[in-house]
Design a protein around this ligand. Structure first.
Ligand code: MG
Ligand code: MG
Length: 247
């Protein structure tokens, strides 16, 4: 699980080098697919439920599951969520990060910062003997206290040999409720947080989810394992952050 997820982190790092105004979302998809295959893995999303590409690329008001396109050109001030999955030696990695394209407004940057912080707050709640609702509640409370809303229709999940396993990991809920967190469990925590209302629309392409009010949405995801001594993050933003810090 660690190696599959580290490869996702490395792929996000490779993509970080190429995210800038003028690049198409399909070009990013090709870079990701080649990078994943060059490392002896396969893209987990390609063909999953019929998904046509290797990564999900969701721009601005798109929440998740955006389909890469040669017609979608990233522009200065956009935000772009990249969700990436790999299958390596029979295990699945899954992680997502929302990148800034060029110069992004202060308001949008605050949305990204808060959403990312809420991911780590959720991870801290992923302790053996606690419950899924402890994670859900921690993520929800933090984002709502900052004036944002939590998408209800899409949730985090267990992960292992399959990308989506039990249990579901919602980004909203009540402390003390839901499945018990046990050592050895691997789960993906992935807050999807809207600047405006929580409502989303499913586009006619059968995949893309966007905010109904067309205000921006952010998405950050880590895959973690629950150890007796606490949660361990298996995926990594280190590779991409190294690239961003040198840009
Ligand atoms: Mg994902
Ligand atoms: Mg996921």
């Amino acid at each position: 699980m660690y190696h599959a997820n580290q490869l996702v982190g490395m792929t996000l790092g490779e993509l970080a080098k190429h995210i800038s105004p003028g690049v198409t979302t399909l070009a990013l998809d090709k870079i990701a697919e080649e990078f994943i295959r060059d490392h002896g893995a396969t893209p987990a999303f390609l063909g999953y439920g019929g998904f046509p590409n290797s990564i999900c690329v969701s721009v601005n008001e798109q929440v998740v599951h955006g389909i890469p396109s040669s017609k979608r050109i990233l522009e200065d001030g956009d935000i772009v969520s990249i969700d990436c999955g790999t299958v390596l030696n029979g295990f699945v990695g899954d992680s997502a990060y929302t990148f800034e394209v060029g110069e992004v407004s202060v308001e949008v940057r605050r949305l990204l910062k808060t959403t990312k912080e809420s991911l780590y707050i959720g991870i801290q709640a992923a302790v053996e003997g606690h419950r899924i609702g402890d994670i859900s509640s921690a993520v929800q409370v933090y984002n709502e206290a900052n004036g944002y809303s939590v998408v209800r229709e899409l949730v985090g999940h267990g992960i292992g040999r399959q990308m989506h396993e039990e249990p579901e990991v919602p980004n909203y809920g009540r402390r003390g409720c839901g499945s018990l967190l046990r050592k050895g469990m691997c789960i993906c925590i992935e807050p999807m947080i809207n600047m405006g209302s929580k409502n989303v629309v499913f586009e006619k392409d059968g995949w893309t989810v966007r905010t109904r009010d067309r205000k921006p949405s952010a998405h950050f995801e880590h895959c973690i394992a629950i150890y007796p001594e606490g949660p361990r993050i298996l995926s990594s933003f280190d590779f991409l952050e190294k690239v961003l810090n040198n840009k």
